[in-house]
Design a protein around this ligand. Structure first.
Ligand code: SAM
Length: 243
């Protein structure tokens, strides 16, 4: 998987994406997350990459031409699926991460200041993605969130497929709670079933917790959930009868 991040602050991206699990995956050659400085494509000697908005008003707008030249260089003559990180985009989700993974190569464009000249977006961007209904100072943190979510699904990055398919949002549910040693922490015991060694009962309990959490904390997800088998159907009946 190859992810190119177009940014005015490449050091920000490198500092994060070269660490921990994604950093090791890059060292192993499983993924490549490369930050390119848009300013390197500025046309003047001061490497100017933004200017005042037409029509007046506050802030600076990122210039279309350096963005275009940077994008053109990264595409190398091919079409590469290009995403602009934007507070106005469609909300990011696990399904979108899977779609981006299937592209093989994506370019993520980070805005800064007031935003980006609309003509660059019209010319080069395939879709706009938001990481939530709030505004950040730049697209770098959203781009890294997207890159991380995509890269962790590349085979070999995590120990096995279960490490991402048995997580929240994979099948529309939130994951069950986790516990580790000690058995009793400050008067709070671990749920007894987890100490029973009965794997089928533990799995059933975990699924029930998963359904309960989703029902209580994310009714929007719960209303869309489709039971995968008879166990799910029985657990759903149990939860419905409690209400
Ligand atoms: C200060 S914001 C600009 C906000 C813009 N003027 C607006 O009102 O929509 C600067 C940049 O941060 C990024 N950004 C801010 N919030 C974001 C979010 N929730 N999701 C994705 N990117 C975001 C975008 O790239 C944006 O161009």
């Amino acid at each position: 998987m190859k992810i190119d991040i177009m940014t005015l602050f490449p050091e920000m991206v490198d500092a994060v994406m070269r660490e921990s699990i994604i950093g090791r995956a890059q060292e192993k050659g499983l993924v490549s997350v490369n930050a390119t400085n848009i300013r390197d494509y500025a046309l003047d000697k001061h490497h100017k990459a933004d200017d005042a908005p037409y029509g007046g008003g506050r802030g600076q707008v990122m210039l279309a031409e350096p963005l275009f030249l940077c994008h053109e260089a990264l595409c190398g003559g091919s079409h590469v699926h290009t995403v602009f990180l934007s507070a106005q985009g469609r909300p990011f989700c696990q399904q979108k991460a899977r779609e981006l993974l299937s592209c093989g190569h994506v370019i993520l464009v980070c805005g800064h200041y007031e935003g980006v000249d609309q003509r660059f977006l019209d010319a080069c961007v395939d879709e706009e993605i938001s990481i939530g209904d709030f505004v950040l100072t730049g697209g770098e943190i959203p781009a890294m969130a997207v890159a991380d979510a995509v890269c962790r699904m590349v085979p070999g990055v995590l120990p096995d497929e279960d490490a991402f398919t048995c997580e929240s949002h994979w099948d529309g549910l939130l994951e069950h709670p986790h516990y580790t040693r000690p058995e009793n922490w400050r008067g709070r015991p671990v749920p007894e079933i987890l100490l029973s060694g009965h794997h089928a009962n533990i799995e059933r309990w975990r699924r029930e917790m998963s359904l309960r959490r989703t029902r209580d904390d994310r009714p929007d997800l719960f209303s869309e959930f489709i039971p995968r088998d008879k166990t799910d159907q029985k657990l759903l009946e149990k939860l419905t009868n409690e209400q």
